[in-house]
Write a protein that binds this ligand. Structure first.
Ligand code: SF4
Length: 475
């Protein structure tokens, strides 16, 4: 099977090579540019990594396509935070194989991201459709590996050694969103929460120089982006390596000064690093959106200790109170895991009571699944039955849905500033945007308003979004 696939790919590539003369710079005279397709799954950081991979390939002369049948190279940027996200890779590989067979086409397939870092050569054994495996800290190598795969009859290639290049793996991002720009400020994490694979797949925490971050924000503003989202595993642990005076709050101040940027968001902070300086930044910097996503993971102090989160339920609730007192009207959201090893019914009741007390505007909730290399998989049996995990998540989500519906209903009649960030694919003159607190607002309007700030009256509410009418739109 492997030989057959390689043979077919090699033939196609050799044909392309024979047809097109290559000049001394390596460019192909008169050639149509080679096409790439990048698919990314998972968190915002992973989606942004997909944008960087696209940027790297474009710098090497590739052009984007949305059609797998037209792509010379398909890059799948994987996520391994949950088991389901990992399974998606193999589902997509099967779909790409079927699409390729239908048109007699064999693109180079590269797997990047956390699953690539974690599984390495095992991926090549598991699927013969994969040509290239690139680790999280080696993405700069992608164009070279892809070009080799296209031009030479070479077998599978793998580059996952994080120790050779731990510098910031940056490319020039090809931003997929016209309004929001993601900007990475920290890579990796040193926390080693018991359930989390990130420290193993993304490596130790590395801070990006403030000068580079600000240059990227200015560039995004110059290209018309109105909102910037600062990304890192623990974004509020930021300390600039090139400027001792620049902690996370100071970075927010500097980003705030960039003309053209109207909104600043960040993900994700850690409860242990919510400082008075950060709260002061919320108060004094109007462009910093009044939303804080603060992952709690469990409402039980006993489970939090087993997870190695290093705060108690009581401390977390205290932090929420401090935040609400310092920034009245701020909207809070969180991440929650149910069915962590050893989680009893009483522990789960604590999660429910914390949810009721915190009244989050939104929540990402997950059933625990053991991840490779983590402390939990090594030392804690996955002892909550699957049906029980399902029962707990259904109950938690029902409670959260009620809280959201209630909070949204309370906003009806209020006038909010909304940044319009999307147009509907299904309905003409249907737009959506977000309030400063991150609530999705659907509204009728002119597609030309994309990227503009509008004053919107909230007219109706649902559990996941609200509806509004535009009173005034800028420019
Ligand atoms: S803080 Fe914990 S959950 Fe977040 S990335 Fe680091 S190890 Fe994972």
């Amino acid at each position: 099977m492997l030989a057959k696939v390689r043979g077919a790919k090699a033939k196609r590539r050799q044909k392309a090579k024979a047809k097109v003369p290559v000049d001394r710079t390596g460019a192909r005279a008169g050639d149509v540019a080679r096409k790439y397709l990048v698919e990314a799954y998972g968190c915002q950081m992973n989606m942004h990594d997909g944008e960087r991979l696209a940027g790297l390939l474009e710098s090497a002369g590739f052009e984007s396509t949305a059609d797998p049948a037209d792509a010379d190279v398909i890059v799948i940027n994987t996520c391994s935070v949950r088991e389901r996200a990992e399974d998606k890779l193999f589902t997509r590989l099967g779909e790409f194989r079927d699409a390729a067979r239908a048109v007699g086409h064999t693109p180079v397939i590269a797997v990047t991201g956390c699953v690539a870092q974690q599984e390495g050569a095992a991926l090549l054994k598991r699927s013969k459709l994969i040509d290239i495996v690139v680790g999280t800290q080696r993405v700069k190598q992608l164009p070279m590996l892809v070009t080799r795969a296209l031009d030479e009859d070479i077998g599978p290639q793998i580059d996952i050694n994080p120790h050779e290049d731990v510098s910031f793996p940056l490319g020039i991002a090809r931003r997929g969103d016209a309004v929001k720009a993601y900007v990475t400020i920290i890579e990796g994490c040193n926390e080693f929460c018991a359930f989390c694979v990130v420290p193993y797949t993304r490596g130790h925490e590395r801070m990006r120089p403030a000068a580079e971050i600000l240059a990227e924000v200015r560039d995004a503003a110059a290209r018309g982006h109105r909102e910037v989202q600062l990304l890192g595993q623990i974004v509020n642990h930021y300390q600039a390596p090139d400027d001792g005076a620049c902690d996370f709050a100071a970075l927010l101040e500097r980003v705030h000064e960039v003309e053209g940027i109207e909104r600043i968001r960040f993900a994700s902070p850690h409860p242990r690093h919510v400082t008075s300086r950060l709260l002061e930044a919320y108060r004094t910097l109007p462009k910093v959106c009044k939303h804080l996503h603060l992952p709690v993971q469990s409402g039980s102090t006993r489970v939090l200790a087993a997870m190695r989160r290093r705060y108690s339920r009581e401390r977390y609730l205290e932090i929420l109170q401090e935040v609400r007192e310092a920034v009245p009207g701020i909207c809070l959201s969180t991440d929650m895991i149910v069915g962590f090893p050893g989680e009893t019914t009483a522990d789960f009741e604590d999660t429910l009571s914390l949810t009721a007390a915190a009244r989050f505007h939104s929540m990402f909730s997950f059933k625990y699944s053991p991840r490779p290399k983590t402390l939990a998989i090594k030392r804690m049996p996955d002892d909550v039955a699957e049906e029980e995990k399902t029962r707990r998540i259904v109950e938690l989500q029902a409670m959260q849905r009620e809280i959201q519906s209630d909070l949204h209903a309370q906003s009806v009649g209020r006038v909010e500033q909304v940044l319009i960030d999307a147009t509907s694919r299904r309905r003409e003159h249907e737009l959506s945007g977000r309030t400063s607190g991150n609530t999705v607002v659907n509204l009728p309007g002119d597609p030309a308003w994309l990227g503009r700030l509008a004053q919107v009256r909230i007219t109706a509410a649902g559990p996941n979004s609200v509806r509004g009418e535009v009173l005034e739109v800028e420019g």
